[in-house]
Design a binder for this molecule. Structure first.
Ligand code: NZQ
Ligand code: ZN
Length: 385
């Protein structure tokens, strides 16, 4: 096992009716800026619950943070927060609202010029306005991590910002807030959670059986719960299990002491930039192809995954790996997220700018840093359909 430091400062408040605890979680006397997305929280009653719970606080609002939150929009919130001398941020929504708010948190005190520079150089984040969150979409793990993925429309770019200073101080996770999610977002969230786990698990063995089993526990739970949420969307325990899986998948725990991959995520961000696909859709397309491309390097873990998560038995090694990849692809489709570029009307030839971008940047991805632009081209070819 590799050496590691694990420190996660986010307090999780989980369960039915927990939004009412906001009044005790937001520090007293703060000037709060509440951020939200395109209006789902107004339609499903979450906005009213939050406002009621914040009764005694001084609150202003910034709505309109879009999916794949844009720098250009977020900078308007930064101006508003600076002008209003806001000293606490409360994000209410999905991963995009939480990520956008983390960027705002770091940008408000930044005096070094353009806050986008912090996204390019994380060491520039030296202070942040404290923030909390009310999560309404289980998927990204943003509620309990120090990452914000920000899109820059003008530069046609999408990149992660990472800092210890942008962990939420607390996150409220009330599974009932997820009843109003459209099926597409539930499905995206399951795929996102699944791939967060596999990108920290399907690498190579470092003799870390506890982390392996933690990862397998999340994967197996997703496999069990996914058909249930489709059949009976308003079942509390199913929603609760999915929500806790998402948080556990990317809060730093399962990656302790083990290698991680994240090539699927990094290539996926470019599919969003160039074609506007949802984050979960990009992962469903790319992940089976990345596993196929890297099957030799990931062989041992793919076999373990096939056996323990999918119950594959009695096949030779190569057939077991085939089954692992096929089961993964089938699972994403069964959840409702298609897995080929052609399913989204995207021609392989249109992906050329993605390959060019990786060539220009010289990025090397994967747990062995063996995925460069040539491999990206091969992986995209496997996604064509
Ligand atoms: O904007 P509103 O009106 O709120 O609607 C949203 C949005 O249209 C809607 N929604 C959210 N909760 C709802 C709801 N609709 C009805 N009922 C509810 N309870 O869902 C739509 C999508 O929301 P979004 O926040 O964009 O989805 P998600 O949580 O999947 O976030 C995706 C973003 O997170 C980034 C992705 O790249 C993408 O930009 N990621 C962040 C990570 C992190 N911070 O660690 C890691 C991930 O790998 C990921 O990259
Ligand atoms: Zn993700």
């Amino acid at each position: 096992m590799f050496n590691f430091t694990f420190h996660n400062p986010t307090k999780i408040v989980f369960g039915k009716g927990t939004i009412s605890e906001l009044g005790n979680l937001v520090p007293p006397g703060c000037k709060v800026l509440m951020t939200y997305g395109g209006g789902s929280i107004k339609r499903n009653g979450v906005y009213d619950q939050v406002m009621e719970a914040l009764g005694a606080c001084s609150v202003t609002e910034f709505g309109g943070v879009e999916p794949n939150p844009r720098y250009e929009t977020l900078m308007k919130a930064v101006e508003q927060a600076r002008a209003g001398e806001v000293d606490f941020l409360l994000a209410v929504g999905g991963g995009s609202v939480l990520d956008g708010t983390k960027f705002i948190a770091a940008a408000v005190p930044y005096r070094g010029g353009d806050p986008w520079d912090m996204v390019l150089d994380h060491a520039l984040v030296t202070a942040a306005v404290p923030m909390g969150a009310v999560l309404t979409l289980p998927a990204t793990g943003s509620e309990m991590n120090g990452t914000a993925v920000i899109s820059h429309e003008t530069l046609q770019d999408k990149r992660p910002l990472k800092s210890l200073l942008i962990y939420p101080q607390f996150s409220i996770l009330d599974p009932e807030t997820t009843y109003s999610l459209p099926e597409r977002q539930v499905a995206n969230g399951i795929v996102d959670t699944f791939v967060h786990v596999t990108e920290q698990y399907l690498t190579y063995d470092v003799n870390a059986p506890l982390q392996d089993r933690q990862a397998e526990a999340i994967l197996s739970t997703l496999v069990e719960e996914a058909p249930k949420v489709k059949a009976n969307p308003n079942t509390y325990d199913v929603r609760a299990n999915l929500m806790w899986c998402s948080t556990q998948a990317l809060n730093g725990l399962i990656v302790c002491g083990v290698p991680s991959d994240f090539a699927t995520h990094l290539i996926g961000h470019e599919l969003t930039v160039f074609f506007g696909l949802d984050h979960g859709q990009t992962l469903a397309i790319l992940h089976p192809a990345v596993l196929q491309h890297q099957r030799e390097h990931k062989a041992q873990k793919l076999i373990q995954y096939a056996q323990r998560v999918w119950g594959v038995r009695g096949l030779g090694d190569e057939e077991t790996i085939d089954a692992a990849i096929a089961k993964t692809d089938e699972f994403f489709r069964s959840v409702g997220v298609p897995t080929k570029l052609s399913d989204y009307g995207i021609e392989l030839a249109a992906c050329k700018p993605i390959v060019e971008r990786f060539k220009e940047r010289g990025t090397k991805m994967g747990e062995h840093k063996n995925i460069g632009y040539r491999e990206v081209e091969e992986i995209l070819a496997l996604c064509a359909g």
